[in-house]
Design a protein around this ligand. Structure first.
Ligand code: SF4
Ligand code: SF4
Length: 426
């Protein structure tokens, strides 16, 4: 077998056989990123390196256009952080250009009734996950792994089932925001939740699979699909005036924004965890955490949260989970992202030449941090819309923000040890 197998039932991607020249590039990419063959975890990196365009995401954007045309539905879109630094690639902007407000404008032009920022969902995740980290550390139930990358969670379910108890129970930002749209948003605007279509716009094809687990989100489309929509509808992206996200589940904090880069989930959760423990803003280091920034396979640091110190690790690409697995139990908190550099390098991002990919990712990462540094609100707990959501809704109603994991495959590999059990035996 010279190429990755794409099963017919795969909801994330497909192969157009007539375009395939059997070059083997997809398999090479899969081995480099994931270190295994033919058991797809939906990261979509092969799409970005297939030289003939034979591998493509499963497109769902026509369904979105049909819902927009149907006046029975209120169609809500929420935009993942990494889309705004990649959309410009298709319209002649400099690599990594930060085009948030033009993007909002394009979505309104397409006809979405409400345009929200998935950084709201990221802020919710940060609040829940920071709290979980503190509780787990106090109870010695560490390490805790992040849970926001569905390809990572699927990989763990298949290959490392004994660590599932160590993965945060937090739903991903997109799954949380989907749940909030069908409850909080529906109630606040008095709309029947069955008449709402929640569309997630992401750099990620794996979210198409995740959506099947958390169907509050009705459709997932990628950055690429948005580009196709803009072109098919004849919208002149370059000429659009800037517009802002709608309120209620609107723009989140800088912490929510940097969820889109490797190390960003860690940095933002630590900003909030420090505050939750000490009731004061974290020191300057938590706002330019150079040890865990940038596109590197494995980053680590030690962080003083005053009540305790924690050892942290940040992993980019699943092959680096396997390479470092034996030492992972010595950390307290571990971020794992399947795609190189995090979601800015996702499989649903615009295609660029393979040799330019690292440079594009570098620029996208830089510009995410530039915007975080400019934002007034850099911490999730300071986001007034998050405060309102907890005060007026989440604390009173039963919104499902957490989840459980399932074992999807028997395991035989000796690497598969229970980190948590090891800790408890000490
Ligand atoms: S990279 Fe593309 S063209 Fe090459 S084998 Fe894979 S699907 Fe076929
Ligand atoms: S790193 Fe981000 S884009 Fe890539 S699979 Fe995970 S969630 Fe999706």
């Amino acid at each position: 077998m010279n190429r990755v197998e794409v099963k017919n039932e795969n909801v994330c991607l497909k192969r157009i056989e007539e375009k395939c020249i059997n070059c083997g590039m997809c398999l090479k990419t899969c081995k480099q990123n994931n270190d295994f063959e033919n058991d797809c975890i939906n990261c979509g990196q092969c799409i970005l390196t297939c030289p003939t365009g034979a591998l493509v995401p499963n497109y769902d954007y026509h369904k979105v256009l049909n819902y927009i045309k149907d006046t029975d539905y209120t169609v809500v879109v929420f935009v993942a952080p990494a889309v705004r630094v990649a959309i410009g690639d298709a319209f002649g902007f400099e690599p990594g250009s930060f085009l948030e407000e033009k993007l909002v404008s394009a979505l309104k032009e397409i006809g979405f009734d409400y345009v929200f920022d998935a950084t709201f969902g990221a802020d919710l995740t940060i609040m829940e996950e920071a709290n979980e980290l503190i509780e787990r550390k106090r109870q010695n139930k560490v390490p805790m792994f992040t849970s926001c990358c569905p390809s990572w969670v699927l990989y763990a379910e298949k290959y490392y089932p004994n660590i599932l108890n160590n993965i945060s129970t937090c739903k991903s930002p997109i799954a949380m925001q989907g749940a909030m749209i069908k409850t909080y948003f529906a109630d606040m605007y008095s709309i029947d939740k069955d008449k709402i279509k929640a569309v997630s716009l992401t750099p990620c094809i794996s979210k198409k699979y995740e959506r099947t687990l958390y169907p509050d989100t009705d459709i997932v489309i990628t950055t690429n699909e948005l580009i196709l929509m803009i072109k098919e509808l004849g919208i002149n992206f370059n000429e659009l005036e800037n517009k802002k996200f709608d309120k209620l589940l609107g723009k989140g904090s800088g912490g929510g924004l940097i969820f889109g880069v490797s190390g960003g989930v860690m940095e933002s959760i630590l900003r909030t965890a420090y505050y939750m423990i000490n009731k004061e803003k974290a020191p300057a280091k938590f706002y330019s955490f150079n040890e865990i920034r940038g596109e590197h396979d494995f980053k680590e640091a030690e962080v003083d949260l005053k009540e305790f110190k924690i050892k942290i690790a940040v992993i980019s690409k699943l092959t680096n989970v396997k390479k470092n697995f034996a030492k992972l139990k010595s950390y307290d908190f571990i971020e794992v992202m399947s795609c190189p550099g995090g979601c800015i390098g996702g499989g649903g991002q615009p295609l660029v030449s393979i040799k330019d990919l690292p440079e594009f990712r570098k620029k996208r990462i830089e510009n995410m941090y530039v915007d975080d540094s400019k934002l007034l609100i850099k911490e999730s707990y300071m986001n007034p819309e998050i405060q309102d959501a907890y005060d007026y809704y989440i604390n009173k109603k039963n919104v499902e923000l957490h989840t459980k994991y399932i074992v999807t495959k028997n395991f035989t590999n000796n690497d598969k040890i229970s980190i948590m059990d090891d800790r408890e035996e000490k």
